[in-house]
Design a protein around this ligand. Sequence first.
Ligand code: IMP
Ligand code: MG
Length: 184
Amino acid sequence: MVHNMTNDIASVLLTREELDSICKRLGAQISKDFENSENLVLLCILKGSTPFFADLVREITVPCEFEFMRVSSYSGTESTRALKIRLDMDRDDISKCDIVVVEDIIDSGNTLSCLKAHLMDKGAKSVKLCALLDKPDRREVDLTTDYTGAIIPDEFVVGYGLDYNEKYRSLPYVGVLKREVYEK
Ligand code: IMP
Ligand code: MG
């Protein structure tokens, strides 16, 4: 029998229409803030950000370039926290780049805070953070985003790029995953 993904969703948190309006709002904000930038680089964090990235970039009206990275953070103590770079971007003009990191969700904040430090260390001209979703209740490090789609409660969500064990990314909305799916 074909597995119906929708049966695993407890409730829809953000509909397709709501996601559209988030992309429009953030796209307009980014376009305004970077109207004078010489070198705007939108950095898509694989894999979860891909649907959001694709929708967001089409709302950006100023010239920009695309880059892609795949990263994860090692969990550990504060002092051992480190960034694991699975796919890096390769450019030698980073000192001229205004980078906007496009991420799916901020949870503990470890990944993005490590990534921001890494990009600044590499000499980026500026680094701003754009996240579709933010779960502030779960924050372990002091990190604020520059562009936020929606603040959400501490629930495990999937869809619109977000996964549970690599599944559910293709759902066109963001939904809360039923607990029984990951607690069995
Ligand atoms: P952080 O470093 O704890 O902020 O982790 C962020 C990463 O955790 C995201 O890029 C997601 O891959 C994953 N993540 C956190 N919360 C969720 C969720 O509710 N659904 C799916 N993935 C999540
Ligand atoms: Mg993930």
